[in-house]
Write a protein that binds this ligand. Structure first.
Ligand SMILES: [Zn+2]
Length: 364
C-alpha cells in the first residue's frame, strides 16, 4: 500500500546529487498554478527524473500546473503523457517532484500534462472556503485560524475562539455563506515585503522577499501559495459538521462545495432511515427516539420487579419439594435450563431467607 510519509522521505533522500553545472543550468520549475488555478492542460519539458522502487519515477518539469502537497492542501493527481501522476511533492529550489507510474518519460522530451479536474476543483472549493470561513471568524469574533487541513471527506480548522457555542459558530457560517453568494472576485497580488508591511493581512507570512497575496474583494487579504476560486460563488456553500475544544483552541470540522452536498445526502438518508422506523416525518424523530428510550427504561424497571416476584415463587416451589432431614435442615438442589447468574442468585437469596436451608443451584 502507498504510504505518503514514507514516500516523501524516500523521494527526497534518493534524489541524485546535482552537479554544480546542473544547478547553474537548471531553472526552477515554473509554477503555472500560481497564475491560473483553473489551468489543467499544459506542455512541459522533462528536465530530470529519478527511478524508484516498485516502478515509481520522480519527474521534474520546466513548468507545471500540478499543485504539490502543502499548506494543508493535498497534491494534484493526473497524467503526464501516458504516465499516471499519483503525487506531487514540493522539493523547494529543485522544483516539483511528479511521482509517476506506468510509461517512462525521457529527459529532454516534451510531454502533455493533464491535472485531474474534479480533485483540483474539490481542493479549490475547500481551500477557498477556508479563507472565507477563517475571515468570517476574524470579522465577527477576532478569532484567528491557527491551522487548516483538508481531510478525505471534510476539512478542519483550529480557531482561537474564546467562548465557543454552536450558535456563535453558525453566525460565522452564515456570514461565510453570504460572502459566497455575493460572488465576490478573488485576485492575486504580488507585493514586496515592504509593501506587505503597510497592508492589513489576515496572517503573517514566514516567507521572505516577494509575497503572493490572495484578495477576496472587500473581505479578506492573506498571503497564500495555494489554488483558489476565480469568484467566491464557485465555493457553493459551507457547512460545519461538528466542533470540539482541542488544546486551547476550537477544532471545527467543515465541508464546502460538493462535499457539503455529499454530506447533506448522507445526513438526509440517515435521518430518513431512522424516521421510517417510526413511520414519522424526517424532522420529527428526536422526541420519538427520546420517548422510546424512556419507555425502555420503564420496561427494564418493571421486568426487574417481576423477576424478583418470579424468583420468590420459584424458591417456594423448590422448598416445598425438599424434605427436611432428621435435624430439620433442608437441602435444595436444582439444575435449571438457561438461567443467568443473576436469576440463580435471586432464587438462592429467596431460599436462604428460610432458616436451616441450604441452596445448591446450577444452570445448563
Ligand atoms: Zn489559499
Amino acid at each position: 500500500m502507498f504510504h505518503k510519509g514514507w514516500f516523501i522521505n524516500s523521494a527526497l533522500q534518493d534524489r541524485k546529487p546535482k552537479t554544480k553545472d546542473f544547478e547553474l543550468t537548471m531553472p526552477p520549475t515554473e509554477r503555472l498554478y500560481y497564475a491560473d488555478s483553473h489551468l489543467i492542460e499544459f506542455e512541459a519539458r522533462v528536465i530530470d527524473k529519478t527511478e524508484r522502487v516498485s516502478s515509481w519515477t520522480a519527474v521534474i518539469l520546466d513548468r507545471t500546473a500540478f499543485y504539490p502537497t502543502g499548506g494543508g492542501q493535498p497534491s494534484d493527481t493526473g497524467t503526464l503523457d501516458g504516465a499516471r501522476v499519483v503525487e506531487c511533492i514540493d522539493d523547494g529550489d529543485n522544483g516539483v517532484l511528479h511521482v509517476t507510474q506506468g510509461r517512462t518519460l525521457e529527459v529532454g522530451s516534451t510531454v502533455k500534462g493533464r491535472v485531474d479536474w474534479p480533485r483540483r476543483f474539490d481542493h479549490i472549493q475547500q481551500h477557498t472556503g477556508q479563507h472565507i470561513l477563517s475571515q468570517a471568524f476574524i470579522t465577527l469574533f477576532k478569532a484567528a485560524t491557527h491551522s487548516f487541513r483538508v481531510l478525505d471527506h471534510s476539512c478542519e480548522i483550529d480557531v482561537e475562539l474564546a467562548n465557543p457555542t454552536s450558535e456563535i459558530i453558525e453566525k460565522a457560517v452564515s456570514l461565510a455563506n453570504n460572502v459566497i453568494w455575493e460572488d465576490r472576485p478573488l485576485t492575486i497580488r504580488q507585493v514586496t515585503a515592504q509593501q506587505a508591511a503597510d497592508l492589513t493581512l489576515r496572517k503573517e507570512s514566514t516567507r521572505e522577499g516577494e509575497l503572493r497575496l490572495i484578495e477576496i474583494d472587500g473581505f479578506d487579504l492573506t498571503p497564500c501559495g495555494g489554488t483558489h476560486a476565480y469568484r467566491t460563488g464557485e465555493v457553493g456553500m459551507i457547512a460545519v459538521r461538528s466542533w470540539e475544544r482541542a488544546k486551547g483552541l476550537v477544532r471545527i470540522e467543515f465541508v464546502a462545495g460538493m462535499r457539503a452536498l455529499d454530506d447533506y445526502r448522507v445526513a438526509n438518508k440517515t435521518a430518513r432511515n431512522v424516521a421510517a422506523l417510526f413511520s414519522a416525518g424526517r424532522d420529527d424523530t428526536a422526541p420519538l427516539v427520546k420517548r422510546l428510550l424512556d419507555e425502555n427504561k420503564d420496561l427494564h424497571r418493571r421486568v426487574r420487579a417481576l423477576e424478583e416476584i418470579a424468583s420468590r415463587v420459584e424458591a417456594d416451589e423448590l422448598l416445598a419439594n425438599a424434605a427436611p432431614d432428621a435435624s430439620g435442615v433442608r437441602i435444595v438442589s436444582n439444575i435449571a435450563e438457561n438461567l443467568d447468574g443473576e436469576h440463580l442468585k435471586r432464587i438462592a437469596v429467596a431460599l436462604i431467607a428460610h432458616p436451616k436451608t441450604i441452596a445448591l443451584l446450577g444452570s445448563r
